[in-house]
Every structure is written in C-alpha cells, then in structure tokens.
Design a protein around this ligand. Structure first.
Ligand SMILES: CC/C=C\C/C=C\C/C=C\C/C=C\C/C=C\C/C=C\CCC(=O)SCCNC(=O)CCNC(=O)[C@H](O)C(C)(C)COP(=O)(O)OP(=O)(O)OC[C@H]1O[C@@H](n2cnc3c(N)ncnc32)[C@H](O)[C@@H]1OP(=O)(O)O
Ligand SMILES: CCCCCCCCCCCCCCCCCC(=O)OC[C@@H](O)COP(=O)(O)O
Length: 380
C-alpha cells in the first residue's frame, strides 16, 4: 500500500472530510433560508443563487469520487448527441442498482455544467435529511410519497413549476422506484409474469406512472429522454464508504438521447414504451456482462477542477477554526477534556459507519456503506 493510499484509509482524513461536508452543508442550508425573502422579490435570482449554493454541497461528494477516490467515469454515447448534453433540459432514466449510482450521475452533471440545477423524483423521506434534503427543498426537487393518488397531483404541480426554470436541468427518474436487491427482483418478476411482460435479468420492472406524469408535464420544457445504463467494471460493488476510503472504481455509463416527441402521449402506450425501453436496457447490461463494454463509441468528458477548488475553499475556511479549537484543547492540559473529545469523535464515527453483513441499500454482502442517515432513510 502506497503512502497516499494509507493516508486515504485514515480515520482522521474521513473525519475531516465529513466535518467539512456537514458544517459547510449546514452553513449553506442557513444561507438558503436567507434567500427566502428574495423569492418574493426576484424568483429567478433566488433560483440562480440556490443553484450555486447547491453546487457547493453536491460538488463536495463529486470531489470525493473524482479527486479523492480517483474513480474513472467513462461515457458511451453517440458523438452527434454529445454537444447537446448540458445545453438542453432532459429527463434522465437511470438503472438503480448501485449505492453510488446517484453520485456517478452527479459526476456527469458536474462535467456537463448542470450539477447545481440537477433534479430528481425522490422519495419524500429524503427531504427531511439535514444538508442534502434541506438543500433539495430550495432546489425545487420533486418529492413523491409513492402513493399514486397523492403523487399524481403533487408531482405534476412540482413539474409544472419548472416551466420557467432559469437554467438547464436534468431531471433524474429511477423508474424502478427502489434499489435492486435479489429479493425485490424476485417479487418484481412475479409482477411481470402476472402482467404477461417479459422478465428482466438486470432490472426491476419499471413503475410507469411517474415516467408518464413526468413526460407529460415536461413536454415543451425538456427536449429529450437520456436513457442511461450504468455498470462497473470487474463486478465491482462500489460503496460510499469505499469512496471515503479512497477506493478507485471504474464506472461505465451508456447514454442514448431519445427526443421527447417520440414518446407516446397516451398513458397506456407510454407505459408500453417504457417497458420496451427496460427490455432494451436489459440487453445492454447483458452485452456489458458478455463483453465488458457497452455498445457505441466512448466520448468521455474530462473532469473539471471546480469541485476540488470548492472543497479546498470550504476546507480552508472550516479547518482553521477547528485547528484553533484543537490548539486550545491541547494547551488546556486537561487530560479529561482531551479524552472526552477523542471518545466523542470516535463514537460519532462508529455511529455513522457501521459495517453490516447485509446492507439495506444494496442487498449485497460486501462490507458496505451504512451512514446512519442512509440507514434511517431505508427504513420503510
Ligand atoms: C450524459 C449523462 C447522462 C446522464 C447522467 C445521469 C444522471 C444524472 C442526472 C441527475 C442527477 C440528479 C440527482 C441525483 C441525486 C440523488 C438521487 C438520490 C435519490 C433518489 C432515489 C429515490 O428516492 S427512488 C424512489 C422515488 N422515486 C420513484 O419511486 C420513481 C418511480 N416510481 C414511480 O414512478 C411511481 O409510479 C410513483 C412514485 C409515481 C407512484 O407510486 P405507486 O406505488 O403509488 O404507484 P405505482 O404505479 O408505481 O404502483 C402500482 C402499480 O405497480 C405495480 N406493482 C406492484 N408491485 C410492483 C413491483 N414490485 N414492481 C413493479 N410494479 C409493481 C402494480 O401492479 C400497479 O400496476 P398497475 O398496472 O395497476 O398500475
Ligand atoms: C464520499 C462522501 C463525502 C461526504 C461524507 C458525508 C456523506 C453524506 C452522505 C449523504 C448522502 C445522501 C444521499 C442521498 C441519496 C440517497 C439515495 C437513496 O436513499 O435512494 C433511495 C432509493 O434507493 C429508494 O429507497 P427505498 O426506500 O426504496 O429502499
């Protein structure tokens, strides 16, 4: 193990990264609250400010992926579609199979300049999570309760609110509705069978209502659907804890741009279209398993320095007062205070990262990320 790799596995480094993320995140949440009066005066200016504040938070996780872990993200796509990415609004349909799939999505958002404005159809519970969830509230993220009777109205309304959004955005939809596990896959395929639909090997049966309502309400606003299929080389099972430990992964993303006009307006036809799309996605995953690559050429956008610069800025700002506090602690000479501080930090770390035999996020048996926050989120 090299010195750098050893450093990346150190508890102190993890503590620093988490400290910077949490404290800067809470400061940004506070700044976002301060923008509330501005919404009444200039909604578009308030939105633009919140996009930049949001970037300060989400780009820290991107920096951890790109610069700390050095994870490589490769894009397979049609070179003719490439110039449009980041220059139009789009609905992104992505498979939900990995703990860090959203983070790889964010990485591409960052590289195409739409990270601050990126959106998702997220479960309501996520809106209560400090930092990320509170930030999303100000970024007009669309939340659903996964109760169609309520969602059909609220989701449609939230999407309509995006009609005059001032910057290009990508709207992410995990049509599978939940992260893939062997158990969920089994149940899902029973549903597929009962509906007379072909079985999928690598995906859950897509939930079609959210897709239909999204397409209907973003017509005239979004130009295309980006059908995105993600996988990792060498059967890697990437985790957030792995990223924090500086483990390098290799993500491959296959993106097909489908103009929104090609998607049927009728609900039943739209549902059938989505089922067909998932059958195609399944065949791309099969191709990847067989050959180790997706079809089509590689046109990878390079990583940009902004996420790293943003992290360095917050680190300088927040580590200085922490250093002062630390110096004061040492100079106090109180062994009891020092021991109590060390115990508090260690307890916090163990509370946050507890390796479990079976992760509620992935259902796989790897020692996986289990931040308490995410554990709570996965409680049904
Ligand atoms: C160039 C680069 C391109 C791309 C880069 C990639 C990405 C970057 C883009 C943006 C990034 C932005 C942000 C990312 C950051 C973070 C994201 C993090 C987290 C969010 C994750 C989530 O929260 S996922 C959960 C929430 N989302 C969803 O659920 C969406 C999908 N769900 C739906 O659409 C649902 O329909 C619904 C929620 C709208 C309503 O749900 P409800 O359950 O009430 O209704 P359903 O219709 O779904 O259910 C009833 C029907 O379903 C059938 N059924 C029952 N059991 C099952 C089953 N197990 N599987 C499938 N179907 C089932 C049932 O029979 C009913 O069928 P009917 O035919 O009768 O309708
Ligand atoms: C590398 C990290 C550096 C910073 C350290 C601090 C990390 C803080 C992490 C905050 C993470 C917030 C992630 C939000 C996205 C969570 C994804 C998620 O939870 O998806 C839920 C879906 O799957 C559906 O869940 P189910 O209820 O169906 O099951």
């Amino acid at each position: 193990m090299g010195i750098l790799q050893l450093l990346k596995s150190q508890f102190l480094c993890h503590l620093i990264i988490c400290y910077v993320f949490l404290v800067s995140g809470l400061i940004i949440n506070l700044l976002q609250v301060c923008t509330l009066p501005l919404w009444l005066v200039s909604k578009q200016l308030a939105r633009r400010i919140n996009i930049r504040l949001g970037y300060c938070v989400s780009s820290q996780m991107v920096a951890a992926l790109e610069w700390w872990s050095g994870t490589e993200c490769t894009l397979y796509t049609d070179p003719k579609s490439y110039p449009l990415y980041g220059n139009e609004n789009a609905i992104v349909v992505l498979n939900h199979s990995f703990e860090i799939d959203f983070l790889c999505g964010w990485t591409f958002c960052e590289r195409f300049g739409v990270l601050g404005s990126s959106k998702v159809l997220a479960k309501k519970e996520l809106s209560y999570v400090p930092v990320i969830g509170w930030m999303w509230y100000f970024l007009e993220i669309v939340f659903c309760k996964r109760k169609w009777e309520e969602d059909r109205r609220t989701v449609a309304q939230s999407l309509q609110n995006l009609q005059d959004y001032p910057e290009n955005f990508w709207f992410l939809l995990y049509c599978e509705g939940t992260r893939l596990t062997p158990k969920k896959h089994q149940i899902s395929m029973q549903v597929a069978e009962s509906k007379g639909l072909p079985k999928l090997k690598y995906h859950l049966l897509p939930r079609t209502k959210g897709f239909w309502v999204t397409v209907q309400n973003l017509r005239g606003n979004a130009a295309a659907v980006y059908d995105s299929t993600l996988n990792f080389r060498n059967n890697e099972t990437p985790t957030l804890l792995g990223i924090l430990n500086g483990k390098k992964y290799h993500a491959d993303l296959y993106v097909r741009r489908i103009p929104l006009d090609l998607i049927p307006e009728d609900e039943a036809e739209c549902a059938a279209w989505l089922h067909k799309l998932y059958q195609e996605k399944d065949s791309f995953q099969e191709h990847y398993t067989q050959t180790g690559r997706f079809p089509g050429p590689i046109v990878s956008p390079p990583r940009r320095p902004w996420a790293l610069i943003n992290w360095l800025f917050w680190a300088c700002l927040l580590l200085y007062p922490l250093g002062l506090l630390f110096a004061q602690l040492i100079s106090s000479g109180s062994v009891l205070t020092i021991l109590a501080s060390v115990a508090l930090c260690t307890a916090g770390w163990f509370h946050a990262f507890t390796p479990k035999a079976k992760s509620p996020c992935t259902g796989c048996n790897s020692p996986s990320f289990s931040l308490t926050i995410v554990f709570v989120l996965n409680v049904p």
